[in-house]
Design a protein around this ligand. Structure first.
Ligand code: HEM
Ligand code: HEM
Length: 228
């Protein structure tokens, strides 16, 4: 019997909407506003922390957050893709095989964006903390990645939002609300019984300490020559 059941745990929902807000903030602080590079860096570190969190949550989080619950092979993805053109699509409690690709895609692209930022400069006043520690050739590659990956990210976001709004309004599947309140009308035994938030808090604390070490304590002190 179908019942209103918890599907998306609270840490996953916080992850999702923090990700959305911070990516918007990154665009704003780098491309719209001037003089906000310090904020851009802190938001970037937070995004890197979020990527580490989601990676670990994919192994230790509740059922529908786990990679082994939603990552399928090419055949399953292809078959699901074809079913979208038929009258009835199979229903999944968590991610469907095609939509699930957003998770590895975001981990790779946002992860690359955040890591390359650590080695990037704006050529004026701001250097990423590890910029002086690498060769000038690598600096060029990192800068190139930091510019290009954002375009890739925008394409992924556009496809994702287009897919979600099509499910919501054309196929009448209420996915958007579920990413806020976490519940769907499904077989109650296919849902989750808890959000495991105490575990999420411990993970978040460990990641915070790691990030502090990475961008404050471990940063190499290299004197730069400035010419005025
Ligand atoms: C910067 C923009 C966005 C990014 C980077 C993004 C990223 C993601 C990621 C990574 C997931 C997988 C969640 C997980 O398992 O960790 C996801 C799922 C989801 N997102 Fe977004 N998202 C964005 C914008 C939006 C917007 C604007 C909406 C609402 C209109 C939305 C609605 C959803 C929904 C409903 C799901 C669950 C899909 C399902 O049921 O399988 N997202 N998103
Ligand atoms: C996922 C996290 C991040 C996102 C989404 C992001 C996004 C962006 C975007 C869209 C730009 C503008 C690029 C352009 O003008 O074409 C930019 C520039 C820049 N970002 Fe990030 N960034 C992130 C993380 C970081 C981090 C962690 C740092 C350093 C601590 C950083 C440092 C910079 C610098 C120095 C620039 C200026 C580059 C230039 O003017 O050539 N970013 N970033």
């Amino acid at each position: 019997m179908q019942k209103r059941t918890l599907v998306w745990d609270l840490p996953l929902r916080i992850f999702h909407w923090a990700l959305v807000s911070l990516i918007f903030a990154q665009w704003l602080t780098a491309e719209v506003l001037e003089g906000y590079m310090d904020y851009h860096a802190v938001f970037g570190y937070t995004l890197l922390g979020l990527m580490i969190f989601r990676l670990l949550w994919g192994f230790v989080g509740p059922k529908h957050a786990r990679f082994n619950d939603f990552l399928r092979g090419p055949k399953a993805i292809w078959q699901y893709g074809q079913s979208l053109f038929s009258r009835h699509q199979p229903t999944y409690t968590g991610h469907n095989p095609l939509g699930a690709l957003i998770v590895p895609a975001i981990l790779i692209v946002v992860g690359t964006q955040a890591v390359s930022g650590l080695f990037t400069t704006d050529d004026v006043l701001f250097n990423g903390p590890y910029y002086p520690a690498i060769s000038s050739e690598l600096q060029g590659t990192m800068q190139w990645l930091h510019h290009k990956m954002f375009d890739v990210l925008l394409v992924i976001i556009a496809l994702h939002v287009l897919a979600i709004t099509s499910y919501q309004f054309l196929l009448k599947k209420p996915l958007i609300g579920a990413m806020f309140h976490g519940h769907k009308n499904v077989q109650s035994k296919s849902g989750i019984s808890s959000s495991r938030w105490p575990l999420a808090i411990v993970l978040a604390l460990i990641i915070f300490i790691f990030m502090y070490w990475l961008v404050v304590i471990a940063v190499p002190e290299i004197e730069l020559d400035y010419y005025y």
